[in-house]
Structures are given as C-alpha cells and as structure tokens.
Design a protein around this ligand. Structure first.
Ligand code: NAD
Length: 251
C-alpha cells in the first residue's frame, strides 16, 4: 500500500469521479478527507467504507474552504475535483450560474492550492491533481462558463507546477471526455431543451458524437490515472494536461 501514512483531500468526492478517486487512494492506504454534498446517511456510509472523515464545506465560499483546510491540517495529496455545469446559450446564461461555475470549477482550486502548498513544500513531497475536462482544451456551444473555467484550471495547473517543481510537488490535470456520472445525467434535460433534441439524440449525437470510441469514460479509469500520478514513478510528470477522452481532442 504505497500511500500508507499519506493524507489525501478529494473535493467533490461524495459522487462520481471524486468518489472513485477517493476509493482508489484509500485502497492504497491513504487517510481520506472527503468533501461534497449528499444525504447524511450516505456520507456516513462512505466514511465507514473508506475510514474517512468528511468536510461539508461549500467550495463556492472561500471562508468555508479556509475552515476546511485549517481543520484538515497538512495534506500530502490534494485532488481538486468538485465541479458543476450549466448549459445555455451565452445570451441566456444566468449571471449567477456564471459566478457559481467560476467559483467552484476554478477559484476553489486557487484557494485549496494556496492553502495546501506550503506544507507540501516544507515536507518536500506533494501531489496535486485537478479534474479538468476535454473542455479545458476545446469548446462546445452553450457551455461558456464551464469551458472558461476548465481552460482556467489548465492554466492554473501549469503555473503552480512551475512554482512547485523544485519542491518535490507535482501538479497535473486530468481531462476526461464524457464520463457517465450524475453531472452528465443532469445536463441531458437542459441540452434537450437548448438544442431541441430527444434524450437518445443528446447521448448519441451530442455527447458520444465527440468521442471516437463511442464509449463513455468510466470513473474507475479516471481514478486509476489519478492514482498513478501519486506514485513516485510519476515524479517527472508535472504541468501536464492528461487527456482521457476516447480520442475526442485528437480530432
Ligand atoms: P458529480 O456531480 O457526480 O460530482 C460532483 C461532486 O461535487 C459531488 O460530490 C458534489 O457534492 C460536489 N459539489 C457540488 N457542488 C459543490 C460545492 N459547492 N462545494 C463542494 N462540493 C460540491 O460530477 P462528476 O461528473 O463526478 O464531476 C467531477 C469533476 O469532473 C468535475 O470537476 C467535472 O467538471 C469533471 N468532469 C466531468 C466529466 C463527466 O463527463 N462527468 C467530464 C470531464 C470533467
């Protein structure tokens, strides 16, 4: 268990990709701090399963991030994964949705990183893994806030990687294509409405149209890459934006 003795904080780990990453890290012995929303009983069950603690911090609120980080203490592995989506043309994009997406999908990572990095530098080892997206590299219509935030996280990743490189700390982002999670499920109705399509058309002609494999990425595949980035063998991978998108951005 190569992560025994390490502490990992995974944001947005009560569901989807974050939960799979938390399971993978815990499986290698890391002490987990979960974060995210959900039913109290389900979260308690996850904490039991993983031997984890849980922070209910709302990451759109910097004060709650500061409290979460203070309570967590020094962190060896930081996974910035919490994210949300809203689908609408820009002229009908609600400004409060723009603010929410930028706060959660981009600014929250600025705050967790600025607060976690000093201890990582001091101990001379650390891993920061950001869940970006194929939308950190290419755009799709009706996702202005998400695409802007994900391009931002890719830039933040590169910048922090350069600052952290001399200290044994690597900083990377993983850019999945469509992964079957509640986040994807929830955007189907809005995409149906925005584009006047049926559910089947959204899945096959919009989502998987972009992925030459015609398969959704799985949360376990993303988690396996995140876990690999935590290995000592991955020490030379830093500042990278690693695509896992079934060939989407090769086109
Ligand atoms: P999900 O909806 O299953 O999980 C999102 C997690 O974030 C949940 O744990 C939720 O409780 C948490 N969260 C939401 N708002 C929060 C807040 N204000 N504060 C703290 N936590 C909050 O989504 P997912 O598909 O697993 O997405 C995880 C990440 O992966 C996101 O950054 C997303 O943009 C990215 N991503 C997803 C896909 C995909 O196809 N699913 C593709 C590329 C990138």
């Amino acid at each position: 268990m190569f992560l025994s003795g390490k502490t990992a904080l995974v944001t947005g780990s009560t569901s989807g990709i974050g939960l799979a990453i938390a399971r993978a890290l815990a499986g290698e012995g890391a002490r987990l701090i979960l974060n995210g929303f959900g039913a109290a009983a389900e979260i308690a069950g996850l904490c039991d399963e993983l031997g984890a603690t849980h922070s209910a911090a709302d990451l759109t609120r910097p004060a709650e991030i500061e409290a979460m980080m203070a309570e967590a203490g020094p962190i060896d592995i930081l996974v910035n994964n919490a994210g949300t989506q809203h689908v609408a043309p820009i002229d009908r994009f609600p400004p409060e949705k723009w603010d929410l997406i930028l706060a959660l999908n981009l600014s929250a990572s600025f705050h967790t990183i600025r607060l976690a990095l000093p201890a990582m530098k001091e101990q001379g080892w650390g891993r920061i893994v950001n869940t970006a997206s194929a939308h950190s590299l290419v755009a799709s219509p009706n996702k202005s806030a998400y695409v802007a935030a994900k391009h931002g996280i890719a830039g933040l990743t590169k910048t922090v990687a350069l600052e952290a490189a001399p200290h044994g700390v690597t900083v990377n982002c993983i850019s999945p294509g469509y992964v079957w999670t509640p986040l994807v499920e929830n955007q189907i109705p809005d995409t149906m409405q925005a584009r006047g399509l049926t559910r089947e058309q959204v899945v096959n002609d919009v989502m998987l149209a972009a992925q030459p494999t015609k398969q959704f990425v799985t949360v376990e595949q993303v988690a396996a890459l995140a876990l690999y980035l935590c290995r000592d063998e991955a020490a030379a991978i830093t500042g990278a934006n690693l695509s896992m998108d079934g060939g989407w951005t090769a086109q």
